[in-house]
Design a protein around this ligand. Structure first.
Ligand SMILES: Cc1cc2nc3c(=O)[nH]c(=O)nc-3n(C[C@H](O)[C@H](O)[C@H](O)COP(=O)(O)OP(=O)(O)OC[C@H]3O[C@@H](n4cnc5c(N)ncnc54)[C@H](O)[C@@H]3O)c2cc1C
Length: 308
């Protein structure tokens, strides 16, 4: 019987495992190798690691965990978790069965990219997902923002305000905003392009090819994909799931299901409009959830009052 089953070995799961391993808890971390930022070669917004390869961060994390003998790393997929606080049972795709007193879900999010030929291959490089992560690297260059919704129009205003005087909103069809919003784009120097996109071309020189043959050269395209949870394990355990697929957690990282915590991109407070999706926030929330799990386990074992 493990003390804690951690599902997911991104920054949230790895950091949680380190916190628990350092308290000599028996921890198993199961990961299927699909971290959200796999397409990215650089990560930013992480003090001391600005510009580092995100795969290298995970590799260092795994190496550091090897120093804690009570932590086991396992490459597999958790398909089902049943049971209750104290006696959870997880089934893995590879056939193994694991028993654990507590479950910590650190399973992250999946990005859903628009179905435009050539976009997926460029995601994480010239197709960007977030101005916090990669706006700085795109500064003062010709940029495009993808989408025909009000949200896309607001994002174009943001990119134009923070990063570049040369921003085109490529709506890939009709831009569905009212006249006031459309005027605010043109008043701020944002050109609107409504021709459907046929494909993306180019390497570092991104080329957006439109139906009819026109081409727009840009340094980067901000695509802002929608996201959903990587797994529905939380939902199947009975946890509250927010409209964006994240599992609702309290300040301790606890879901409403006794014994089940969650951390990282796929977990957030219902009071926030969305996840603070970043590597450092994920690692921090993994640490927080693990510290409170540890408090709970030790108080139960020693028959002491639980933290409230
Ligand atoms: C292209 C791109 C670039 C990014 N750049 C930055 C950046 O520069 N800076 C920044 O701060 N953030 C960046 N991010 C966001 C960053 O990737 C996430 O915030 C971070 O990875 C979240 O960590 P996590 O541990 O919550 O989830 P993840 O890193 O996604 O890890 C979740 C893990 O859980 C595993 N898993 C899921 N379900 C199961 C299951 N059933 N069984 C076993 N394992 C499972 C997955 O395989 C995965 O390894 C970027 C995101 C993208 C898409």
């Amino acid at each position: 019987m493990f003390d804690v089953l951690v599902v997911g070995a991104g920054p949230a799961g790895l950091n949680a495992a380190m916190v628990l391993g350092r308290q000599r808890r028996e921890v198993i971390v199961v990961d299927r190798g699909t971290p959200r930022n796999a397409p990215a070669e650089e990560m930013h917004m992480f003090l001391s690691r600005d510009g580092a390869d995100p795969a290298r961060l995970r590799e260092i994390g795994r190496t550091e965990l090897a120093a804690y003998p009570s932590v086991t790393l396992c490459e597999d997929t958790v398909t089902t978790i049943t049971g209750e606080e104290g006696t959870f049972r997880a089934e893995l795709a590879g056939g193994d069965v694991l028993d654990a007193r507590r479950v910590l879900l650190a399973t992250g999010l999946t990005d859903h990219l628009p179905d435009i030929p050539g976009l997926r291959e460029r995601f994480g490089r010239t197709v960007r997902h977030c101005p916090f992560c990669h706006g700085w690297e795109s500064r003062d260059q010709p940029l495009a923002v993808l989408g025909g919704s009000l949200v896309a129009a607001l994002q174009a205003r943001y990119i134009a305000d923070r990063f570049s005087e040369d921003v085109v909103l490529v709506a890939n069809g009709p831009l569905e905003v009212d006249d006031a919003v459309r005027r605010s784009l043109t008043d701020h120097g944002i050109h609107v392009e409504e021709r459907p996109i046929t494909r993306l071309d180019g390497d570092d020189d991104l080329r957006i090819v439109f139906s009819g043959g026109g081409v727009l050269g840009r340094a980067a395209l901000f695509a802002f994909p929608s996201t959903t949870a990587q797994t529905d394990l939380g939902q199947r355990l009975g946890a509250e799931v927010l409209p964006d697929g994240c599992v609702a957690v309290d300040a301790f990282g606890r879901t409403g299901v006794p014994g089940v915590s969650a951390a990282g991109d796929g977990a957030r407070s219902g009071e926030l409009p969305g996840p603070a999706a970043s590597v450092i926030a994920a690692a921090g929330s993994g640490a927080t959830a693990a510290m409170w799990l540890e408090q709970e386990l030790f108080r139960i074992d020693l028959d002491l009052p639980l933290p409230t």
